[in-house]
Design a binder for this molecule. Structure first.
Ligand code: NIG
Ligand code: FE
Length: 411
């Protein structure tokens, strides 16, 4: 199967060499080829260039992209896409004045989702998640990370991971799987957190390893959830099973989680709504990708990640949706892009880089995804006719995505 896209108004993210991460000032640079073509074969980007060089190239399918922008599909490096049902009731509670923490203390929040998930079959969870994922594909997401963490028992965590593995096998999106057993302390272990951590380390991790169910480990390192000591125990255990870390840190409180993550060579540290100068210093000495999740700040009304401080320190930054029923009930990366510009004060160039190449880096995939480079995977967005790529973040709430090619297949 070959696809030729012609008359592209702006082809973004064109890199002849295989760039895998962009940091600080580099993020403000977005290479654009005007009046271009792009040629794909099966699941691979084979060639691109100015339209004047397109003569003689033939393909089974030709798409005329006159007036349109073409760019790599979004790489969403942080989601909780598999969940049992919405939590609109808690949304109303928050409108009426309760905070996310207060709702969690009453047994709502993650524990609410866990109780419901335990009652659902693998089949039900799979079908719901597939429907969500198919919607996201049409909105331009080609690579996605999905976490467990609403199981909180051996059986249900494995059930979630199997659902995610099935999504990985049966959809065109490239899926990375993260084990988040340490998402909350289950009711049963309320007075025995050590017992639950033991269960994660001694029962869940060996089974996950045996069945090869996860690529990464995550911990919700936060007051009322998992302390630095708890997090370190879990990260140490995960090292034995070769599961690199991607950690929830600094969502509500900053108390050294970033430094700990860096010590364990985490691939990413996610949230960072709270951020100290020590955190920035720790990141400077690391290869860890900071990830901002602006939809969570938007939805919960908590501070936004200080993206300018991160970028001005010369660090890289990725943005992701955090799609989950409690703090960000949407996986629309186009809205994430708008929030990055409007609320995090990122330029459109920085935001697009953060949602593509750096998102791919946060999943260990940036040599295969995240830019228009020969040999990279054919994951491509074609927009509707627009005046220029700035319209993507500018026109918040509007769907400017026309066609999405994922793994070489047109959606
Ligand atoms: O990233 N903070 C922890 N986990 C999710 C929220 C999960 C939930 O509320 O269900 C987050 O915001
Ligand atoms: Fe999250």
């Amino acid at each position: 199967m070959s696809i030729l896209i012609t008359n592209i108004k702006e082809l973004l993210q064109v890199y002849n060499s295989n760039v895998t991460i962009l940091k600080g000032k580099e993020m403000n640079n977005l290479p654009v080829l005007k009046d271009a073509y792009l040629y794909l074969e099966n699941d691979t980007i084979v060639e691109y260039g100015p339209m004047s060089d397109c003569d003689g190239i033939e393909a089974e399918t030709t798409i005329d992209a006159s007036g349109r922008v073409v760019l790599p599909a979004w790489c969403d490096s942080h989601t909780h896409l598999v969940y049992p049902e919405d939590r609109a009731g808690e949304f109303i509670d928050r409108i009426n004045g309760l905070t996310y923490e207060e709702i969690a203390k009453k047994g709502g929040g993650i524990l609410n989702s866990a109780k419901k998930l335990q009652e659902k079959s693998e089949e039900q969870l799979y079908n719901q998640a597939l429907e969500r994922l198919n919607k996201l594909l049409k909105l331009g997401t080609g690579v996605i990370e999905i976490k467990s963490g609403y199981g909180l028992t051996v059986e249900s965590e494995l059930k979630m991971l199997r659902v995610i593995q099935r999504l990985k096998k049966e959809t065109q999106a490239f899926v990375k799987v993260t084990f988040l057993g340490a998402h909350a302390i289950p009711e049963k272990f309320k007075k025995n957190k050590k017992g639950y951590i033991d269960m994660i380390i001694k029962e869940m991790l060996p089974k996950i390893y045996e069945e090869n169910l996860a690529h990464y480990i995550d911990v919700f390192c936060e007051e009322g959830y998992f302390t630095l000591e708890d997090t370190e125990l879990i990260l140490k255990a995960a090292q034995k099973y070769n599961l690199p870390a991607k950690i929830h840190v600094n969502q509500f409180n900053a108390f050294g989680g970033v430094e700990l993550a860096v010590k364990y060579k985490a691939l990413s540290v996610d949230h960072l709504e709270e951020l100290t100068s020590d955190d920035i210093d720790a990141l400077k000495k690391s290869n860890t990708m900071p990830v901002a999740l602006p939809q969570c700040s938007f939805f919960l009304g908590i501070p936004y990640t200080n993206a300018r401080a991160i970028l001005d320190a010369g660090l890289p930054l990725a943005i992701a949706s955090d799609y989950n029923p409690g703090s960000a009930p949407s996986g629309n990366m186009n809205f994430v892009l708008s929030l990055a510009c409007i609320k995090l004060k990122m330029t459109p160039e920085e935001a697009i880089n953060a949602a593509t190449i750096n998102g791919a880096y946060a999943l260990g995939l940036s040599s295969m995804y995240g830019s228009i480079t020969r040999g990279k995977k054919a994951n491509i967005i074609i927009t509707k006719p627009i005046s220029g790529y700035q319209l993507l973040p500018y026109s918040f709430g509007e769907n400017l995505i026309d066609t999405v090619i994922v793994n070489g297949i047109i959606h």
